[in-house]
Design a protein around this ligand. Structure first.
Ligand SMILES: C[S@@+](CC[C@H](N)C(=O)[O-])C[C@H]1O[C@@H](n2cnc3c(N)ncnc32)[C@H](O)[C@@H]1O
Length: 266
């Protein structure tokens, strides 16, 4: 989510911001369920030079799986205990347990409705879902080898403080943080600085804006159809259609989409 909606949200006090975000995502999940929609991801998707091998049933979601695949490049997930903070409908966790070989994947999300949908969609012994706030998670210190966070942090009121502290607290020494989002450059910088000051090393940083924009050209949406309940101009920004302000800002370089890998110093 970016553009107009982000501007509106930035004017709301932090305490209300989280409630508003939870309301919006709960409402979205309700409508997806009510209309029996096939929507399984909420990330923007990206094109890729790699031909990712997918099961036939997963092909319709190729761009979104590719986003996770790009995010996880250079991160060793085999046999690991993985946390996804901001798991949406749980499809990143599904991808991990079916296409990689983690020991266990735990997805958490602010929206209780999303967690209900995660559990309905994906029933695997090594995939668990909980409703939690990424800025205040109920896990023991050093519980995870890998933390994944994709297109979720843009709405965290205390990304550089509370969320940063949670990532450091929950990762084992040597653990990886695979992070991707759509932010203005100064916000990426302050979050990366906060992580580095708190004990992480930056392993990689990639700007994938072009491949995200290419995917948006391919993903055809009819915003006049359900489940889009909001005014069409806001829905366009939310979904980053090719004629939206957000798309324009991304193409102009104001809103890059970046992927990072950080590693907690041992
Ligand atoms: C754009 S969706 C991306 C979901 C998923 N990563 C994907 O790629 O499909 C952002 C998700 O972050 C969740 N979220 C927002 N703020 C959160 C918070 N403070 N803690 C946990 N999840 C949060 C939302 O409920 C939503 O499911």
């Amino acid at each position: 989510m970016a553009g107009i909606l982000t501007k509106i949200v930035s004017m709301v006090p932090p305490v209300l911001k989280k409630k508003l975000r939870r309301f919006v995502y709960n409402r979205y999940a309700n409508i997806i369920v009510k209309h029996n929609s096939k929507v399984r991801f909420m990330n923007l998707g990206c094109t890729s030079t790699e031909k990712l091998a997918l099961l036939d049933k997963d092909e319709p979601y190729r761009f979104h799986f590719q986003m996770y695949n790009e995010l996880l490049k250079g991160v060793d997930v085999n046999g690991k205990n993985v946390l996804e903070a901001g798991c949406g409908f749980g499809s990143g966790g599904y991808f991990l347990v079916n296409y990689y070989k983690p020991d266990i994947v735990t997805g958490i999300d602010l929206s209780d409705k999303n967690i209900v949908r995660c559990k309905k969609l994906y029933d695997f012994p090594n995939l668990k879902f909980f409703r939690m706030d990424a800025e205040d998670m109920e896990f023991e210190n050093e519980s995870f080898d890998v933390i994944v966070n994709l297109e979720s942090s843009h709405g965290y009121p205390a990304r550089d403080t509370k969320f940063c502290n949670e990532v450091i607290r929950l990762l084992k020494p040597g653990g990886y943080f695979a992070y991707g989002d759509l932010l203005v450059e100064s916000d990426f910088k302050s979050f990366a600085d906060a992580l580095i000051n708190a004990g992480m090393a930056k392993i990689s940083e990639r700007d994938i804006t072009e491949s995200v924009l290419s995917a948006r050209q391919e993903i055809l949406l009819d915003l006049n159809k359900k489940p889009f309940w909001m005014p069409v101009s806001i829905a366009k920004d939310f979904m980053v259609t090719t004629d939206s302000n957000t798309y324009k800002s991304m193409a102009d370089g104001k809103f890059p989409f970046k992927l990072f890998v950080f590693r907690k110093r041992g």
